[in-house]
Design a protein around this ligand. Structure first.
Ligand code: ADP
Ligand code: MG
Length: 625
């Protein structure tokens, strides 16, 4: 390692971390203010207000997983229930326990703990169950994950009913002392949850989860192993749900299986969708809206009760069971999804609103780290090679035995007409696709079966033909994710400073705070290269990096690549249609056509090879000749 980076960045937290911490604090203050206001009006009982806060805690916890990873979970009410039951074991009056839970061991029968103390075993059990179920969930995505989580919910429900010695089954655990969940406990739990969610979201794991949510292939290409990230987010959010469940049963005094099932799951999903589950603000807004709406629907249902079974205007018989709440929730979801697909608060945190930005401009003033040159050394003698590399798609052969090698400081051009198999080659080399035959060697080791994330960690970085940046992360965060993988031990500010330096290297120094998804095309391409370089790779595989760039940008990219290769020594495989660029940069060329390697050698001999000219008949043939 060379090129010391003094950690001269002015801030401990980057802007988004500051925004989300400020939002957490403001949300806490607003919730308190709302509670105080409601208490002075006397419109809503303390119990209902506390249930509102329980909803907020549950919403934040579910949002932590769903928003963080993009995977929808229907299982979380099970954790809520487990938190409720286990905490109740330790707080129920010991006079009641021989009736409700006669088979419990003596230390539980005699326990009459405070809720604070009961939270310890409750959260420990929830975390253990979270870890166990997380082993399955971490391997699943999309629909499979949703269905698996529904499976967990159903199993948990059946266990809540069936495990009578632990739950008293359908008869419920009643008599749970209400006075234990006073305001100090509830308010502290809210503060703790907000801080916990902030900390997890802003942690390395939180950012990696977001990267994964935005684009799993790109995340793996910078060395993020998806499963452990999903697992950690799952366990973290399950613990939050356990806390909410413990507070819940101590607010209503009962723990019964039916409360921990589909209705509550539906209400919670509505909550995060209506609010916007990617931000703390969205989860809190959703919880406040849903708690308010639930109360209004319930009161309406009560008021309409006497009309049940009667005919209205001689046209319509009022049903006995209204299901008004579920109906109205469904309508709410439809309206919100139509009006604002990302929820009322969207992805934004409270602190990003202009008036709040102005008010807290001092705290939100983050001066970017000073840009400086970043450097690392690629060791002499490293080599990346493919031998007889093949890829079949069914009967179709996309790559038919490709042999090449790249060494330190070399740029190898990989060219060929559209559909020749160049991207397939890059994908196979970087582990995005598995080879159907042949071998891949990295620095003397057989890397043919390595995963994309392992190859990335071992020194192989790439960019994609179709740009894959982490769109909802800022440019700096895109690069920070990679720096964090290359240097797991670096402090936050060092990671930030290094990321800014890589951005500066690719002329993106002034764009560090912009969301990657909103950058111009050429900037996104350069951001991908900056992110790849931040891995400090020994080899860089670029799939049409100049596509869509204007001539000035292309010229600048050439300079940067030349500089990177000569200064750092990394080897490059460059797939590119821009022939002048290929000819001026590359030390050697490999030409593919219909999956076959038709030529290789130095640029001068390859460009005059008749087979190459024939393959390139057309515009590019002209460029070649
Ligand atoms: P290039 O990058 O050189 O333009 P590609 O590597 O993208 O070419 O594609 C090589 C060939 O493989 C093309 O004929 C393409 O249609 C085919 N191909 C690519 N991906 C798949 C796939 N997933 N299934 C089947 N055929 C594919
Ligand atoms: Mg391609």
């Amino acid at each position: 390692m060379s090129g010391g980076l003094s950690a001269s960045c002015a801030s401990v937290f980057d802007l988004r971390t500051r925004e989300s911490l400020l939002s957490a604090v403001l949300l806490f203050a607003l919730c308190l203010a709302l509670v105080l206001l409601m208490r002075t009006t006397g419109l809503i009982s303390d119990r209902l207000l506390q249930l509102g806060i329980v909803n907020i805690i549950a919403g934040l916890s579910l949002g932590l997983f769903c928003g963080g990873t993009g995977i929808l979970s229907l299982a979380h009410i099970a954790f809520f229930g487990i938190g409720g039951y286990v905490s109740a074991w330790f707080t129920l009056p010991s006079a009641l326990k021989p009736i409700l839970l006669p088979d419990m061991p003596e230390f539980i029968l005699s326990a009459e703990w405070s809720l604070w103390a009961a939270l310890v075993p409750a959260l420990a059990v929830v975390a253990a169950v979270g870890a166990l179920t997380g082993l399955v969930i971490k391997r699943l995505r999309d629909t499979a994950a949703v269905i698996a989580s529904l499976g967990f919910l159903i199993i948990a429900y059946l266990l809540f009913i069936g495990l009578k010695p632990l739950t008293n089954g359908k008869q419920s655990l009643y008599g749970i002392p209400l006075d234990l969940a006073g305001w100090p406990v509830v308010v502290s739990a809210l503060a703790a949850t907000l801080l916990f969610c902030f900390a997890v979201k802003s942690s390395r794991t939180g950012r990696e989860a977001e990267a994964l949510r935005d684009d799993e292939a790109a995340a793996r290409s910078v060395g993020i192993a998806p499963d452990p990230v999903v697992f950690r987010m799952w366990v973290a959010s399950s613990v939050g749900m356990g806390l909410a469940g413990a507070l819940f049963v101590h607010t209503i005094g009962v723990a019964s299986p039916n409360t921990f099932y589909l209705d509550k799951t539906f209400a919670l999903i509505v909550l995060i969708i209506v609010g916007g589950y990617r931000s703390l603000t969205g989860c809190v807004v959703g919880a406040v809206l849903i708690s308010g709406a639930e109360e209004i629907f319930r009161k309406t249902e009560e008021a309409l009760g006497p009309l049940a079974g009667q005919e209205i205007f001689g046209l319509f018989e009022m049903p006995r069971v209204f299901g008004l709440t579920a109906l109205c929730f469904s309508v709410m979801i439809l309206v919100v999804l139509y009006w604002r697909p990302d929820g009322v608060a969207g992805y934004r945190e409270l602190a990003t609103l202009t008036p709040i930005r102005r008010l807290f401009s001092g705290w939100l003033q983050v001066s970017p780290a000073e840009s400086q040159s970043v450097a690392y050394d690629v060791a002499d003698g490293v080599e990346l090679s493919a031998s007889g590399l093949r890829k079949q798609y069914g009967a179709f052969t996309a790559l038919d035995g490709v042999d090449l090698r790249v060494g330190r400081g070399e740029i190898l051009g990989l060219i060929g007409p559209n559909g020749a198999g160049k991207s397939t080659f890059i994908n196979v080399m970087t582990g995005s696709l598995f080879a159907s035959g042949g071998a891949l060697r990295l620095c003397g080791e057989d890397a043919t079966l390595w995963s994309a994330e392992r190859l990335a960690r071992e020194g192989l970085a790439r960019t994609f033909q179709n740009i894959r940046v982490f769109e909802s992360l800022t440019a700096a965060e895109n690069v920070q994710v990679a720096v964090g993988i290359a240097h797991p031990a670096l402090s936050r500010r060092e990671v930030e400073a290094r990321a800014i330096a890589w951005l500066a290297e690719l002329d993106l120094g002034d764009k560090s705070l912009e969301l990657a998804g909103s950058l111009a095309y050429g900037d996104q391409r350069r951001l991908e290269i900056a992110r790849a370089l931040a891995l400090e790779p020994q080899f860089l595989l670029l799939d049409e990096p100049a596509a869509g760039m204007n001539p000035q940008e292309t010229e600048r990219l050439k300079q940067v690549l030349r500089d990177v290769v000569s200064r750092l020594g990394c080897g490059v495989i460059l797939v590119e249609h821009d022939m002048p660029m290929v000819m001026s940069l590359c030390d050697g060329l490999v030409v593919l056509n219909k999956g076959e390697q038709i030529a290789q050698g130095d640029t001068a001999s390859v460009r005059h090879d008749p087979k190459v000219i024939e393959a390139y008949i057309g515009e590019e043939g002209a460029a070649l000749a």
